[in-house]
Design a protein around this ligand. Structure first.
Ligand code: ADP
Length: 577
């Protein structure tokens, strides 16, 4: 493998005018006085442990709550690096994790990038075919695995020849594996030093690898570099970003195998936050109890998580004291405004909406309740109109919307186009996988259809593959879903296209009702008619008990469409034919 293949995040300097900067260096020596320190993760990941060594990392385990300090975490990370070095892991080698959110996973987040190797976070919810493909494509040499996940890897044991060693993270369950070369995590690090000389490598060297979930075609690898993640980490801590600070107790519910846990493990390690991790306990009641117990101030997850947590809080209005919780970061798909409003009105919790992708490290835009001084004057209703948008761009990034002939469209809040993004932490190619359609002239083609308004807010209309094309016009499935979910008595809604001989496609809504709710199809359609034109209304409303979710907890529209097709579903006006 050539080193070139590793440089796949945009190698732009901080300014987009490289030639100019170069010229200044040569013509004005006085401007060359700053140190050219490479932006390496090893410089920032141990900072929190140094500044506030006794702050805690808390993990909910089957055996009770596991606690260790930031100092211990960094020391154990250092021992992991020593052990991997001794084993023969070199700069650039891929070391994979197949794990829940827990303290050992955090140690790997610190150790592997810092030693110059690449942390490849395997998505534990992928099927065996995708997993086999990803492990082989990445050529992982070592896999760290939580023992309860061993059975998921077992069918692949003979099909992943690059994997030489399995490091098992035991939690007292004594689950066996047939893999020949295994070692217990604690045995791996036991006799290792708590000091390591972190290598001085090029800041464009790779440090993390994530594959997209493969909803279209094979999963594609995104290789983050030290520089891209370093800059992303600093930006994430900005007050105008998520206002993360050393005073926070951070609970990342977004899995650490998804888009690097949205960068939170890195930022929290740099700042010295308390870190609270749910391990495999994703039941909303357990999450609420954990957040209350550990006085969590900020958490992050996809909308379906926050819908579940809301249901728990609503069902037990007096049981939990969540007054310490001030921000919930929510992204991955559009959170319904009604939910954001509920958290604010009922508990004074600000839901911070973020838009991003695996390909964008992942933070692209963020929406805060009050994002500009001029917004201080807005009414709360107006503030929520803004927070419903996907947000304002992170510094250093650029977005544009383009029409079909690559002409940029105005930022008028009306024009719709394909969203493209570029900047220092945006993917510029996939790892060993040329996909020319996904890039255009230095931009990443996001696959999202969007508007940008005159205030520079990004507004995602839909994923291009989920938009519904009816009679030559587009209907946003997301807008319909948000409106339906706002109805009392509705828990979840998914709107998908169904083929129609005359109109091309027509929308159909799948709806989950709260137990005992008497909401009817007619009522939902009437409610939609208050906002949408007649031709935009769903042709059908199907009440269901469950809506399939993707490996990252988003509504899985591809599966819904496939299920409807396999059930030979027909739109109401086609049934008689
Ligand atoms: P995948 O869903 O393919 O596993 P990603 O997590 O990278 O992978 O998904 C990125 C996509 O998720 C974006 O392109 C966009 O369609 C959607 N998305 C992310 N955040 C938001 C948001 N706040 N609002 C609407 N859509 C979002």
């Amino acid at each position: 493998m050539t080193l070139r293949k590793h440089f796949i995040m945009e190698p732009f300097p901080l300014s987009y005018a490289p030639r100019q900067i170069h010229d200044i260096h040569h013509t004005e020596p006085g401007t060359m006085t700053m140190q050219k320190t490479p932006l390496l993760m090893s410089r920032i990941l141990g900072r929190g442990a140094k500044l506030d060594p006794n702050e805690e990392v808390v993990t909910l385990l089957e055996t009770g709550t596991h606690r260790q300090t930031l100092k211990t975490t960094w020391e154990r990370a250092t021992q992991v690096a020593c052990a991997l070095d001794e084993y023969g892991i070199k700069v650039g080698d891929r070391v994979a994790s197949f794990m829940w959110n827990n303290y050992r996973h955090l140690e790997l987040y610190q150790a592997i990038p810092s030693m110059g190797a690449v942390l490849h976070t395997l998505n534990i919810r992928l099927g065996p075919v995708d997993l086999e493909y990803i492990i082989n494509h990445a050529e992982d040499r070592v896999i760290f695995i939580d023992e309860d996940l061993l059975p998921l890897l077992e069918p692949l044991i003979d099909k992943i020849p690059s994997v030489e060693l399995l490091v098992v993270c035991r939690h007292g369950q004594n689950i066996e594996t047939s893999f020949a070369n295994t070692i217990d995590y604690e045995d791996l690090i036991r006799d290792q030093q708590k000091k390591y000389s972190w290598p001085e490598i090029d800041e464009h060297s790779p440090m993390g690898l994530c594959y997209t979930s493969g909803t279209t075609g094979k999963p594609k690898g995104v290789m983050y570099t030290h520089r891209s993640t370093y800059l992303h980490t600093i930006t994430q801590a900005m007050t105008d970003s998520m206002s993360l600070s050393a005073l926070d107790a951070v609970c990342g519910i977004v899995p650490m195998f998804h888009a690097m846990g949205w960068g939170l493990p890195f930022t929290a390690s740099m700042l010295g936050c308390k870190q609270v991790m749910p391990h495999r306990f994703m039941d909303p009641a357990k999450l609420v109890a954990l957040m209350v117990e550990e006085e969590v101030t900020i958490s992050a997850g996809v909308p379906t998580i926050w819908q579940g947590v809301r249901a728990v809080l609503e069902a037990n209005p007096k049981k939990y004291d969540i007054t310490k919780l001030s921000r919930l970061t929510c992204g991955g798909s559009a959170p319904p405004v009604s939910m954001m409003r509920w958290y604010w009105d009922t508990h004074g919790i600000e839901m911070v909406q973020g838009w991003g992708m695996t390909e964008t490290n992942p933070l692209g835009t963020l929406s805060r309740k009050v994002a500009k001084r001029s917004h201080l004057q807005l009414t709360e209703d107006q503030q929520f109109e803004n927070i419903a948008k996907q947000g304002l761009l992170m510094p250093g990034l650029e977005i544009e919307i383009f029409d079909e002939s690559w002409q940029p469209q105005p930022h008028d809040g009306e024009s719709v186009g394909e969203l493209l993004i570029r900047g220092p932490w945006i993917c510029s190619e996939y790892f060993n996988d040329p996909q020319p359609d996904k890039f255009h002239d230095g931009w990443l083609v996001t696959g999202d259809v969007a508007k940008i308004d005159p205030e520079e807010y990004l507004i995602i209309a839909d994923r291009s593959k989920d938009l519904i094309k009816s009679g030559g016009e587009w209907i946003s499935s997301v807008d319909l879903e948000n409106h339906i979910v706002a109805l009392e008595g509705v828990t979840q809604a998914a709107v998908v296209a169904q083929p129609h001989p005359k109109w091309d496609e027509r929308p159909v809504a799948l709806v989950i009702l709260v137990a005992g709710s008497n909401v009817t199809k007619e009522f939902i359609l009437e409610h939609c008619a208050s906002l949408f034109a007649k031709w935009q209304l769903p042709d059908d409303v199907i009440f269901v008990k469950e809506i399939p979710l993707t490996s990252t907890g988003k509504i899985d529209k591809k599966t819904i469409r496939a299920e409807l097709a396999s059930e030979h579903y027909k739109l109401p006006d086609l049934r008689a034919r």
